[in-house]
Every structure is written in C-alpha cells, then in structure tokens.
Design a protein around this ligand. Structure first.
Ligand code: 2RA
Length: 340
C-alpha cells in the first residue's frame, strides 16, 4: 500500500525534481497531487508518464494526504507549513523558514536520521540549505573519526540555486553578450555570465551573508555546535551543481589515505580521487546524480592535523529534492507516515 502525497511548489525547479525523484526511486505513492499558488493553477507538470495539473493551495484539503513535500519561499512556508501540519500530514519543507526552529528537526538522512523521530512536535521536518546538505554528508564521517576543530569553506554555487530565473539570466547573458553586449542584471546583483559573484542572499550586520550563516548554523544543529566554521559563498556561471573547497582541521590525527577509505565507505558519498586529468569531479559530471562526490583529498601541512577536500553535488537533487525524498523514505522505513 502506498501513500497519498502532495508536492507544494510543484512548478519550481525543486518541485519538479521532487516529482521526478519520487517516481525514480519508486516511492510508494497511491495518490499524487501537484499544488501551486493561484497563478499556476492548471500548469502541467510530469510525474513519470503522467501529466498532473496543478491545484490551488488555497482550495486543497490537506487532511486528505499523508505526506507533503514543499518547496516554496520562506514567507509562504511560515504561513502554510503549520496549517498543513495541523491538518494531519507530515510536511518536509525545503525553505529556510523552519531550519533553526528548536521544535523542527533539520535532517540529512546520512547524518542525523534519528532526528525524524521527534518530527511530531510540529509535523514539520526541515531540509537544509543546498550548500550545507552536501557539506555535512562529507564532514560527518570525518568528525566521527577524528573530531573536527575548524572548517574553512569556499563555495562555487550554480545559478540554479537561485531558481529558474537565475538559470534564464545566465543563459540570456551568455547568448546575448556577443550580439547585444552585456544586459542589465536582474536576478543577480552583477553580471553572472563570464564572471563570479562573491555574494549570495543578503548581507548580515557582521559582513557575512545569510547564505554563509546558514552553513554554520545548520552544521551546528545537525552535527556538533563545537565545530568552528567560516564560509565564503560565491555564485559561479554554472547551471547545475554546487562545488565546495573545504579545509578541515581536526583534534585527532587522520591521514589522507584513511580519510579516503572512510569517505569511500560512508553513505551517500562517492570518492573520485586520482592524481590525473580524470581523477576529480566537476559539477558537470555531478549533474543529475544522487551522491555527494569528494575529490582532491590531501593533507594540509600548515596545521598539525588537517585535510583539504573538493566536494560537489547536484544542488537540485542532494541539495534539495533528493534529500526531501530520502527523508520521506526514512519516515516510511520507520513507519512514521500516516500513523501519528
Ligand atoms: C542558492 N543556497 O544556491 C541557495 C538556494 N537554496 O542560492
């Protein structure tokens, strides 16, 4: 027997991926509903061979479903996730609205699966930010083995993290630049084609951005608040796939061979690490894939116990839709859906 599932925000990049992945992993679905805001009522989205017409979130009766996967803005989620959760189904929310709420588990199944057990406090489970999801999958086994003291991360985030408008802007600027000259940026603060932008989200008072703060706050909530983490988030002209340069200092010794073996044997990770032209991953190759890829594992000789890594994942998949579906699979395995 399967579940009655709704995807809210079904017309967005991540909403569409949620539908694709539910189908790809053969999640046990008896009924599926694509839900969107009023302006998208009737818009068609695919679920395998089927075409679903989007229904209006305002009119949909959420008490008729068991599980809701949601990819909407934080403001929309603040209003709707509690209402939906109170109607009965468990909500897996991809926005930033609930991630740091002490009554809402923030979950990456490879990292803190047991936290789904207390989802019934609000009937909401939060999905982390895309750049955090891939980072914690790589950090967790290393932390369990050698206790991480400090991490320095620089991200190289693709434009799909900013939604379809971000992808359209890169495409239009790239095509237009030779013909029409550079066009005015709209979605991004500066030209993204043939450029990189050291700013994602909004500035906080301390000079960091909220995107950067998400990475340490969410890592602290999921792994360990004692890990010191500093971040620079950068937007790059790549369509799909976030990359991260990660420098880690440990309390205990961990050499690069052992780290490589450990990562190779940890869930959700693939190590591609040879010292030749094909021996490392790029976002192009990670696109459409489920795992987090780790390459360029090497000792940092400037500290007593240190390593450098290159970590890449499909930000629409592990960074968003796949992680949400994996949470749904975990709830299913533990018998936590539809029986609260
Ligand atoms: C970005 N992290 O890449 C955001 C999306 N959640 O813009």
């Amino acid at each position: 027997m399967g579940y009655r599932v709704a995807v809210v925000g079904a017309t967005g990049n991540v909403g569409r991926e949620m539908l694709n992945i539910l189908e790809e992993v053969e999640f046990p679905v008896d009924e599926i509903h694509a839900i969107a805001s009023r302006k998208s009522i009737g818009v068609e989205v695919s679920f395998g061979d089927r075409i679903l017409k989007c229904k209006d979130v305002e009119q949909f009766d959420f008490s008729t479903v068991d599980l809701v996967l949601m990819s909407v803005s934080g403001t929309f989620s603040k209003e709707w996730a509690p209402k939906i959760g109170a109607a009965g189904p468990i909500v897996i929310d991809n926005s930033s609205a609930w991630r740091m709420d002490p009554d809402v588990p923030l979950v990456v199944p490879e990292v803190n699966p047991d936290d789904v057990e207390w989802a019934d406090r609000r009937n909401i489970i939060a999905n982390p930010n895309c750049s955090t999801a891939q980072l914690v999958v790589a950090l967790k086994p290393l932390h369990d083995r050698a206790r991480i003291k400090r991490v320095v991360v620089s991200t190289y985030q693709s434009v799909s993290g900013a939604g379809k408008e971000g992808m359209d802007e890169l495409w239009d600027q790239t095509k237009g630049i030779f013909v029409l000259g550079p066009s005015e940026p709209k979605k991004f603060p500066k030209q993204i084609a043939f450029n990189v932008i050291p700013f994602i989200g909004a500035f906080n008072d301390d000079g960091y951005t909220d995107e950067e703060a998400k990475m340490w706050n969410e890592t602290h909530k999921m792994i360990d608040p004692e890990i010191a983490l500093t971040v620079t988030c950068v937007r790059v002209p790549v369509m799909v796939g976030h990359s991260e340069s990660v420098n880690i200092e440990f309390h205990e010794p961990l050499d690069e061979d052992e780290a490589r073996d450990l990562l190779r044997n940890s869930p959700g990770l693939i190590v591609i690490d040879q010292r030749n032209d094909k021996g490392y991953i790029t976002p192009k190759e990670a696109q459409g894939e489920f795992p987090v890829f780790v390459s360029r594992i090497r000792r940092d000789p400037t500290v007593e116990h240190g390593l450098n890594l290159w970590v890449v994942a499909d930000n629409l998949r592990k960074g968003a839709a796949l992680n949400a579906v994996q949470i749904a699979q975990l709830l299913d395995e533990r018998g936590l859906i539809g029986d609260r």
